[in-house]
Design a protein. Structure first.
Length: 371
């Protein structure tokens, strides 16, 4: 009991993407003398993540679910229900030692785990802190279920850390404290990756030639066979001008195999297919690329901070970073894709620097809440 009472700060993490953006916040808390516990929902296996060494933690303190989750909407829903039911008693002995409002639970972003963590925090009377709050696409089905998760979490949070003024404005009418960190904590995560001395083998392999990075992993894109075929054709054509590094997420590989396109891609000498890389290696790869074509929201932000030309393969984006600057939103219009690929370097911009670290802004506020 005494040991539990010495901890009043908890980070609730579900996915690797959340861990990446919370990593510099945990690091800042450690440096500011704020002890914390790390709780993993089990949505992704972060227990064995190489990123933990950057978090100021030896490991995860509590895992709510262990084992694979069926990769479907129904599988995720069943996992959510089961984990919520089993977590209630698991967390009682962790959170139940605190008086209402005495401890703080930090959640991040827009995953199913984000809403789960916020709900469990409220259930046990913790102050719920939401990082990367206020992002909106204003369409519940694009992206799905992320937009719904964001809206639910915004109704549960007591403190909202927003990456920009636009995100703050989207929370008008919501209760709680809204704080503009001016940038996403991804900026600090990127700095951690760039400071890593060990260079990725794939970057060493490619460093003597120009290349672009292609990422397509969102289900709404991969289930559109016509779109996948059209984009693969464009990638093959574009690779004759600039070498392509084609990232194979698991779902991407499955979709390409189903359409008979994976073998075709792997036979093209100007395309290098690479399975999903650890975060630090991928950031090194992204940093050295000429430009990026992606359907990833975090990639959009990373490219903004790097000043890297970026085409976003989505109909809508909940992120403003880079739009009208170095980022072009395709809206999945193939003519827009062609226009970008015709002259991607026109979108090149200088890297973005922050006056103050967003992670430090958050850590300082958490210290005030726990004082």
């Amino acid at each position: 009991m005494k040991d539990e009472l010495s901890y009043r700060l908890y980070f609730f993490v579900g996915t690797t993407a959340e861990l990446i953006k919370l990593m510099p916040v945990m690091q800042a808390c450690s440096r500011n003398g704020l002890p914390f516990k790390l709780i993993a929902s089990g949505q992704n296996d972060i227990e064995h993540s190489e990123l933990l060494k950057y978090c100021g933690k030896d490991g995860v303190d509590l895992v709510l679910h262990e084992g694979p989750i069926r990769k479907s909407a129904l599988g995720l829903l069943l996992w959510l229900i089961k984990t919520l039911l089993t977590s209630a008693w698991k967390l009682r002995r962790v959170f139940g030692v605190h008086k209402r409002g005495e401890a703080v639970l930090v959640v991040h972003g827009d995953t199913v785990s984000t809403g789960m963590g916020a709900f469990l925090g409220k259930l046990y009377g913790l102050k719920v802190v939401h990082i990367e709050a206020g992002l909106r696409s204003f369409d519940y089905f694009h992206p799905f279920p992320e937009e719904i998760n964001r809206v639910i979490t915004s109704r549960l949070a007591d403190i909202h850390f927003c990456p920009n003024a636009w995100a703050v404005s989207n929370l008008k009418g919501r209760s709680g404290v809204k704080i503009d960190t001016c940038h996403n904590t991804l900026l600090d995560a990127l700095a951690i990756a760039q400071a890593e001395m060990d260079v990725s083998p794939i970057v060493i392999q490619l460093q003597r030639e120009s290349y672009f990075v292609f990422v397509m992993h969102r289900q709404e894109n991969l289930f559109d066979d016509e779109l996948v075929r059209a984009l693969v054709e464009k990638v093959i054509h574009q690779s004759k001008k600039t070498h392509c590094v084609f990232i194979l997420h698991h779902l991407t590989e499955v979709a390409l195999e189903r359409l008979g396109l994976l073998a075709t891609l792997q036979k093209v000498p100007t395309i290098t297919t690479v399975r999903r890389l650890p975060y630090v290696e991928f950031m090194q790869l992204l940093s050295a690329a000429d430009y990026v074509v992606t359907d990833g929201g975090s990639n959009q932000e990373e490219c903004y901070y790097l000043g890297k030309p970026c085409l976003v393969l989505r109909k809508v984006t909940e992120r403003t970073e880079g739009i009208g600057h170095n980022v072009l939103l395709s809206k999945l219009d193939l003519a827009t894709v062609d226009a970008f690929l015709g002259d991607p370097m026109q979108y090149s911009r200088p890297p973005v620097a922050a006056v103050d670290s967003p992670s430090q802004v958050i850590a300082r506020r958490l210290a005030r809440e726990l004082a």
